[in-house]
Design a protein around this ligand. Sequence first.
Ligand SMILES: *Cc1c(COP(=O)(O)O)cnc(C)c1O
Length: 396
Amino acid sequence: MTSERIPLSRPDVSSLEVDEVVGVLRTPWLSMGPKVREFEARFAARLGLKHAVAISSGTAGLHLALRATGLRKGSEVITTPFSFVATANVVLMEGARPVFVDIDPDTLNMTPEAASEQIDQEYVRRGEHLVRGTTGAPLFGLLPVSVFGHPVDMDGFAALAKAQGLRVVHDTCEALGSLYRSRAQNAWVQEAALADAAVFAFYPNKQITTGEGGMVVTDDDAIAAACRMGRNQGRQPGADWLEHEGLGYNYRMDELSAALGVAQLRRADDLFARRDQVARWYDEALAPLDEVERPRAAPWAKVSWFVYVVRVRRGIDRDAVMRHLVGRGIAAKPYFPSIHLQPHFRALGYRAGDFPVTEDIASRTIALPFFTTLTRDQVHDVAHELKEAVYAGIKA
Ligand SMILES: *Cc1c(COP(=O)(O)O)cnc(C)c1O
């Protein structure tokens, strides 16, 4: 086995984080203490939103946000098949059904147009009313994902949701720091503000990390209250330890994670800038390589770089290219396999061929090493090996 010279991802932890976390260890509060409250307050202020509720993971945050916005068993949620599998899994966890729509080949995101078409074609054909509560299998909402840090067109989703009486939960686990030029406001905004609830994640490969962790943000008091209760065994804030108002989970973030988050948030602009720089180095190094397509961004989008994912041209054996890279000690991963082709989604009736754009892109993508401390030399090293791999792949 070759040893890995360049990993896919690496967290950026400085002495600021170490001091914050050690500081917590010197207090008696390891859970449900002041650091979680501080992290939430700073996060909400940073986004200009009323509520931020810290959660034990992004997946748990999505689960709570869907429950808090009113998702029920048997409902249907329009979402993308090109994401991390957790996006669609949380819909299944509630006994609801994900209805996938194909993605835009440039932004790699679900579009409001595709979601709207899906509503027209499928539901109108079935002669059903769409508005929540009026049918046996009501369409509940939209679950767009800002994949790889490229924002979705949230004005479009908000307008569609308003017209159809739907909820919007935004999976923005990969997009902290991304900006979107909102048509409504003609200003660069965090899209999180435009959905009923948005969910961030802080796994170590994300833009900022808490180890494990996530955050639900919303301007809606009732959604925030439901998330606070749901994460804490159904307790109302301030309630006694053994007083449970409803069904809940243990989805709490601990104080050590929150301390890590406070320090990372303080460094966020610097971390975003470093990721930007690495992406520019890749763009530069890969520009001469015609066999590889670089990430594309819509003119109305400011990408917050989560991963650097390239696509090999059709006809090149992507898996052979990845094997070559890994053989040279360079990590590479096929971000993302189509969700609808995972076994538990095939079991729902989804088949190869259902979403041709997603499937074509999923068969050609490679995530390259990407993290803040990657050097220019390492980027050129990766680019060089990728070039060799692509030529080897063409010959194969
Ligand atoms: C990371 C991620 C999640 C889940 O976050 P965890 O903290 O790992 O549970 C959900 N959706 C997307 C798109 C992600 O990238």
